[in-house]
Design a protein around this ligand. Structure first.
Ligand SMILES: Cc1ncc(COP(=O)(O)O)c(C=O)c1O
Length: 368
């Protein structure tokens, strides 16, 4: 028998291998975007502008030490620690924040371990947790005319002596709402390890939780270079937290093989160009605020958002998929997630093309 034989390989697989949906299906929107460069990509919460020109210089310079292994403590790690006012050991730089989020899961959870997870949230959390066969305690977000809210009292009620980890994405993808800092504190006060995914905190600075890293030892806060720093393809993210805790998390990463040298150079160049970063944050925030009333004016239930995207309520999952498919027919890719479509904020002209596409769809089919 060989393990390439379809019928025999099943006996060797962990149960999650067959239960998990494929990454290919999950990333179908990205495949659609890359197969046709003429499509307007508003489905992946990337930045549709190129990175700082300093990144180009850094990548050219990266050629000169591409033959050497990256240093265990990178200049990017040192710069991040300085900016956040923490020790270098309190920062872990990884290949996108997804990598460190996954390592955090594996540090605290194994099959059957309880993890408290708001719903809906970023689908990757659930996929990675299901891969571990963790026991997910779902906390539904509350919902009103204005959109979604975190239900902190419900979360607190569900945190028990069995809870091994709490996950909060703030602002949340795909719903756009952030958790109030006072509520984060109440949850952190339970002493249970708390993963705060702050991938979109650049776009909601008033509720950026980063300073809480100075107050709590049970907090791990993750950030990414994929949004405001325009580096989704370069794969750089990081975590800030207690040094001892992060040392444990680090043990679940492959030693020295995570982030490439060129990525570290690119990340540092982007990070040091604060002017460019700020311009991106302002541009995206301005466009987000311009687009929200325009979408509402077209008859869509679009919700305010603290991220680089806007959620639009479609009542039910099939309506969201059908609406995204109709918009795609007009060359704009947006993402159906749960009962929402999530629209990433692009450049002004891309957003205008989106509005024109949606207007045509609504004219032909009505609003979802
Ligand atoms: C909530 C959330 N966390 C993390 C990430 C991943 O970012 P990275 O590209 O750094 O892995 C994303 C990207 O879409 C996200 O939406």
């Amino acid at each position: 028998m060989t393990v390439t034989d379809e019928s025999s390989v099943g006996a060797f697989l962990v149960p999650a291998a067959t239960a998990l949906p494929s990454n290919r299906a999950y990333l179908a929107h990205l495949a659609a975007s890359t197969s046709n460069p003429d499509l307007i990509r508003l489905a992946s919460n990337e930045n549709t502008e190129p990175p700082s020109p300093r990144v180009r210089e850094a990548l050219e310079r990266a050629f000169t030490d591409a033959n050497l292994s990256p240093p265990p403590t990178s200049p990017l790690q040192v710069a991040l620690a300085e900016r956040h006012g923490v020790d270098t050991a309190q920062v872990l730089v990884t290949a996108g924040s997804t990598e460190v989020i996954d390592a955090v899961f594996r540090t605290f959870l194994r099959a059957g371990s309880e993890v408290v997870l708001p719903d809906p949230s970023w689908p990757v959390f659930r996929r990675r947790l299901e891969a571990l066969e963790a026991h997910i305690v779902d906390i539904p977000l509350s919902r009103s005319e204005d959109g979604f809210r975190y239900d902190a009292p419900l979360m607190l009620a569900e945190i028990t002596s069995e809870t091994r980890l709490v996950v909060i994405c703030t602002p949340n993808n795909p719903t756009g709402n952030a958790m109030e800092l006072a509520d984060i504190r109440r949850i952190a006060d339970t002493g249970v390890p708390l993963l705060l995914d702050a991938a979109y905190a650049d776009f909601d600075p008033a509720r950026d939780p980063m300073h809480l890293a100075h107050e709590y030892d049970n907090l791990i806060i993750t950030r990414t270079f994929s949004k405001a720093y325009c580096l989704a393809g370069v794969r750089v993210g990081y975590a800030v937290g207690n040094a001892a805790l992060l040392d444990y998390v680090d043990r679940f990463l492959v030693p020295g093989s995570s982030v490439s040298g060129p990525s570290l150079h690119a990340g540092l160049a982007a990070f040091e160009d604060e002017g460019y970063h700020q311009l991106q944050v302002e541009r995206i925030t301005r466009e987000r605020e311009r687009l929200l009333p325009v979408l509402r004016g077209l008859g869509l239930r679009a919700y305010a958002s603290g991220g680089n995207f806007l959620p639009v309520d479609c009542s039910e999952p099939p309506a969201a998929s059908a609406f995204a498919a109709s918009v795609l027919a007009h060359n704009v890719v947006i993402r159906p997630l749960h009962s929402l479509v999530r629209i990433s904020i692009g450049r002004r002209e891309e957003n205008d093309a989106l509005v024109a596409a949606i207007a045509r769809v609504i004219e032909a089919e009505g609003a979802p």
